[in-house]
Ligand binder design. Structure first.
Ligand SMILES: *[C@@H]1O[C@H](CO)[C@@H](O)[C@H](O)[C@H]1NC(C)=O
Ligand SMILES: *[C@@H]1O[C@H](CO)[C@@H](O)[C@H](O)[C@H]1NC(C)=O
Ligand SMILES: *[C@@H]1O[C@H](CO)[C@@H](O)[C@H](O)[C@H]1NC(C)=O
Ligand SMILES: *[C@@H]1O[C@H](CO)[C@@H](O)[C@H](O)[C@H]1NC(C)=O
Ligand SMILES: *[C@@H]1O[C@H](CO)[C@@H](O)[C@H](O)[C@H]1NC(C)=O
Length: 947
């Protein structure tokens, strides 16, 4: 122990001496700026004494609170780069001396109680990029001088009491991207000159007192994505030119007193959000189709007449269509939800209340996720039909706010001392850590229902912040007027109980400096608060200059070590407990009755009946999981029943989780799950039956009718697409882990379908920028010959492990060989042949004539997939792309539909196998498009096929 103390002492001495060296070598702050800061300080009122560090020493050297400096300059001084005084309870006013901070880039005093006006002297700070004063009590008008800031990128003055016009000079802000001036008392005409702004993205002027006409010229802004002007007092109509604002994503003119008709907005290719409600719009609704991106259409409370046009149907992303309180007549359309894939939290609200709609079609039967509101229409008055009555109740449309719910574990309480909390998203249950609190608000989101987008948001935000998805937990979110989406987030450290100070400072800088931009669909965000909690002292010590940070770091390290040990111990105990609990947990699935969409629960009797009591004559396969039987259900459907071996039996909960996972996977190149059975110590999975068996069977020497080259290539492409879907579209992503020719099944048309996710393990959360090592460490499983050598050595499973196995399948397709036969390895044989210039000697002669250039490309691709080093292999999406290129390279003469030659053995389908080769090649030029669609669509991008 005495040694430890001595060591500690030495460490402190070293740190302190380092600190002194740093001080003596550093430059002091420009005296003009020091004086300016003093003046700024004295005109602010700081009741909580957050700025006490500003009383002594040099701003940059003594790290005054909220001051960030740039040492790099031509003169011998340091300069203030950022003034960050977010939410510190400050009042008082902004001193004109601010204008002397001649190197300032970020000025942030948001969410305080500062009054007075914005000093015109700020127009002197030519370096200024972010001017952020939202959420204060500023009044007066915006100084013209601000309009001459050449570098201003973001002007946020929203939620103040600023009045007067938008300065004409703003047309000079050549770098401006964000005008956030909503919720003030700005008045007057929007100057048409503003349309000169070359980079403006967001024009948020809602909740002001603007008047005059809407300038048609605004449509000329080359980058404008959001035009939000709700609650102003314009006159005249919406200019037709607004229908040509090609970059626009959101147009919101609620309660703007506009008249006239709705312009044709079909020329806005990515319009996502349209709100023209509470105006005096008249005439009928334009019938041209809106962008398929649209989530929200609100045209309520106008004087629109005519019928509900058909262009509102087939919008796959629609969440809300409100046409309430208009003069619409005719019939309620019954196909508005046609192209929406429900499931998860997707829902649709159709509000048609208080119109003159007279009829509801007989077959009006919206899915449960669709809310239709018809109250106040004549159709309801004559509603003797019972099914309509449901839709005729008066109802307010409320936006869903909520708490996100996660699996909860029975954790013993976290250490009470320093704000420890469970991270509910942690992959390790009951992991105690100290989070940071972040209040974030989406100012102008492109959606009206957050629920289906929560996961996207988590992925998006964490990747931008360079965090793992599990480091973010959304506590709650609530819709506010605007509508704006306010949310409280907690950020947890990764793999440790505490954040280090550098990481905290980085996160705060990224968020408060707007260094990130969320996906367009979420629109601009604002940081409302960044709560340090018990980190506050460390951060403060750090920024007050004394290098206590180092000491704190050491202490935190020791502390984290101890905590980590205890966590490991806890997890160990939990694991043991749960293993013990497993056998008693094996009850029937109904005990964990979760609703699994589209998957049927079968009884053991039904399964026995279907398979003739699991008669060996019905057995069609055998795998690691168990035997596979061909069965015929009572309704005549032919299925494949996979019956688990004794060793493969899982706890019902796990089995249930697996089914839930499988039921969510829909792709034309994946075998789909029809149902399951879980009773009497039996677990079975019921799949669609693949009449043409496995690819392995068709490649074996026994195969009577060998596959030709185009069919083989087509199968390769199909399999690659199925796997690509698992990697990129499945949610969460899935690595197959056991790709082999006997797991690629062929349907009646020889379309490849990937089977057997028995070994699948959820892939790690994807990180968009690929910063983190995306692998799962597991016990090695798989089939010899297909196994990624690097995975075998390191136990690190990546998406490239599947690429390797698929590469082996490609080589099988090309050579007809088995992966390992007579002591020869297919990868080695193929690469030897290629390197010695004898590539064509190994090609399977049974496939008949082939285009040599395609074969060559295909072989090279296969060998690249089978490289030893993970990084040298292409990704699955590259594999798909290359196969598509090879397919397109293929001369027409070689293309036959897979069905043509091989189906001849299976009599009943012969009639269907007409030649479709021309349609296959060029779907647009041929009248055969629709008949070939099924074959053709397999050749294109991955699509999720709803069942
Ligand atoms: C700062 O602004 C004031 C008023 O706008 C102006 O008179 C003055 O010349 C400016 N000072 C500098 C150094 O640019
Ligand atoms: C808006 O302008 C009108 C008339 O110009 C005025 O009466 C009203 O007080 C203004 N409202 C606000 C909030 O400034
Ligand atoms: C619809 O409204 C427009 C404008 O108010 C009017 O001219 C037209 O006659 C109306 N059409 C019908 C069929 O009511
Ligand atoms: C619009 O939809 C397309 C196709 O789904 C998508 O690629 C694009 O990102 C969407 N745009 C926005 C702004 O969401
Ligand atoms: C649904 O989408 C398909 C193809 O994407 C399209 O052909 C069809 O017209 C759409 N349905 C409706 C009602 O628009």
């Amino acid at each position: 122990m005495p040694e430890a103390q001595a060591l500690f002492f030495v460490v402190i001495l070293v740190l302190l001496s380092f600190y002194n060296v740093r001080v003596s070598g550093a430059q002091s702050t420009d005296p003009a700026e020091v004086n300016a800061l003093r003046a700024i300080r004295s005109s602010l009122v700081d009741p909580m004494n957050h700025l006490h560090t500003w009383n002594s020493g040099d701003p940059c050297l003594a790290n005054w609170a909220g001051i960030f400096c740039d040492a790099m300059s031509n003169d011998s001084y340091q300069h203030i780069r950022e003034l960050q005084l977010l939410k510190l309870n400050l009042s008082g006013s902004l001193a004109p001396e601010l204008g002397h901070l001649s190197h300032l880039k970020i000025f942030d005093v948001m969410w305080n109680k500062i009054n007075g006006s914005i000093p015109k002297e700020m127009g002197n700070i030519t370096t200024l990029k972010l001017l952020l004063v939202s959420g204060n009590q500023l009044s007066g008008s915006i100084p013209e001088e601000i309009g001459y800031l050449p570098n201003l990128d973001r002007l946020q003055i929203d939620q103040n009491q600023i009045s007067g016009p938008i300065p004409k000079s703003f047309a000079n802000l050549s770098s401006i991207k964000h005008f956030h001036m909503n919720n003030n008392s700005l008045s007057g005409q929007i100057s048409p000159e503003l349309s000169r702004l070359p980079l403006l993205l967001h024009f948020l002027m809602d909740n002001n007192n603007l008047t005059g006409y809407l300038p048609p010229e605004l449509s000329e802004m080359p980058k404008l994505k959001i035009l939000q002007l709700d609650n102003n007092n314009f006159s005249g109509s919406i200019p037709d030119s607004y229908g040509n604002m090609r970059p626009l994503l959101k147009l919101s003119l609620r309660n703007c007193s506009v008249k006239g008709t709705i312009p044709d907005l079909s020329g806005i290719p990515q319009l996502g959000y349209l709100d023209l409600s509470w105006n005096q719009l008249e005439g009928s609704i334009p019938t041209n189709k809106l962008s398929t991106n649209v989530t929200t259409i609100d045209l309520s409370h106008n004087f629109l007449n005519g019928t509900i046009p058909s262009n509102f149907s087939g919008l796959p992303n629609l969440q809300l269509l409100s046409l309430a309180n208009n003069l619409l007549y005719g019939s309620v359309p019954s196909n508005l939800w046609d192209n929406i894939t429900f499931g998860g939290n997707r829902s649709l609200v159709l509000d048609f209340q208080s119109n003159s709609l007279t009829t509801v079609p007989d077959a009006f039967d919206p899915p449960t996720n669709v809310t239709v509101l018809l109250h106040g229409n004549p159709a309801c008055a004559y509603a003797d039909r019972i099914n309509i009555a449901n839709f005729c109740q008066p109802q307010l449309v409320n936006k869903a706010s909520g708490n996100t719910t996660r699996l909860t574990f029975n954790c013993s309480p976290c250490p009470a001392d320093v704000d420890y909390e469970y991270n509910p998203s942690s992959p390790i249950p009951c992991f105690c850590a100290v989070p940071l609190g972040v209040d974030l608000r989406l100012k102008s989101p492109g959606i009206s229902d957050f629920r289906p987008y929560i996961y996207d948001f988590e992925i998006n935000l964490t990747s931008l912040l360079k965090l793992f998805v599990y480091q973010l937990y959304i506590d709650r979110y609530i819709w506010e007027n605007g509508p704006r989406l306010n949310m409280h987030l907690r950020l947890f450290p990764s793999n440790s109980s505490l954040f280090n100070v550098t990481e905290i400072l980085r996160l705060r800088r990224v968020l408060s400096g707007w260094e990130i931009t969320l996906s367009d669909v979420f629109g601009p965000y604002e940081l409302l608060n960044f709560t340090l909690g018990s980190y506050a002292n460390e951060i403060h010590d750090r920024s007050s200059g004394i290098s206590k940070g180092g000491i704190v770091g050491i202490l935190m390290g020791v502390f984290a070590g101890v905590t980590a040990l205890s966590v490991i111990f806890t997890v160990f105990i939990m694991r043991r407990r749960s293993r013990k609990g497993l056998s008693s947990e094996r009850h029937s699935l109904s005990k964990f009755s979760i609703k699994i969409d589209g998957v049927k629960c079968f009884t053991f009797e039904e399964m026995a009946l279907a398979t003739d009591n699991f008669n060996s004559s019905t057995q069609v396969g055998q795998g690691g999981y168990g035997n596979v039987y061909k069965g015929i259900l009572a309704d005549g459907t032919v299925v494949a029943v996979k019956r688990a071996h004794e060793e493969s039996l899982q706890g019902s909960k796990e089995f249930c989780t697996e089914i839930e996972l499988l039921s969510r996977l829909h792709h034309r190149n994946l075998v789909s799950l029809i149902g399951y059975c879980d009773e009497q110590d039996e677990q079975m999975l019921v799949y669609e039956f693949m009449p043409n068996g496995t690819l392995r069977d068709h490649l074996s020497a026994k195969s009577v009718v060998p596959l030709n080259f185009s069919t083989r290539l087509h199968i390769a492409l199909g399999a690659a697409k199925g796997i690509l879907y698992l990697h990129t579209e499945a949610d969460p992503p899935i690595f197959h882990r056991d790709i082999k020719a006997s797991n690629i099944l062929l349907d009646s048309k020889f379309i490849a379908k990937v089977a057997d996710f028995g070994l699948s393990k959820l892939a790690p959360e994807q990180n968009i920028e690929g910063i983190f090592s995306g692998y799962v460490s597991t016990v090695v499983k798989g089939t010899p010959g297909y196994l990624d050598p690097e995975y075998f050595l390191t136990h690190k499973l990546t998406d490239r492990s599947d690429v390797y196995s698929l590469g082996v399948v490609f080589l099988e397709l090309l050579t007809g060989m088995k992966p390992i036969a007579h002591g020869k390895n297919i990868v080695r044989e193929a690469s030897l042949a290629c390197h010695s210039g004898k590539m064509f000697s190994i090609i399977d002669s049974r496939m008949g004539p082939y285009p040599p250039e395609c074969i060559e490309q295909f072989v090279l691709l296969a060998l690249r997939c089978c490289q030893d080093e993970t990084d040298a292999r292409p990704s699955m999406s590259e594999v798909v792309r290359e196969l598509e290129i090879i397919w397109k390279m293929m001369p027409e003469a070689y293309i036959t539909t897979p069905t043509e030659e091989s189906i001849a053995t299976s009599s009943d389908k012969v009639s269907k196998s007409v030649s479709k080769s021309s349609a296959l090649r060029n779907p647009n030029s041929s009248s055969n498009v629709s008949t070939s669609d099924d074959v053709y669509s397999g050749m294109h991008t991955v699509s999720v096929t709803p069942r």
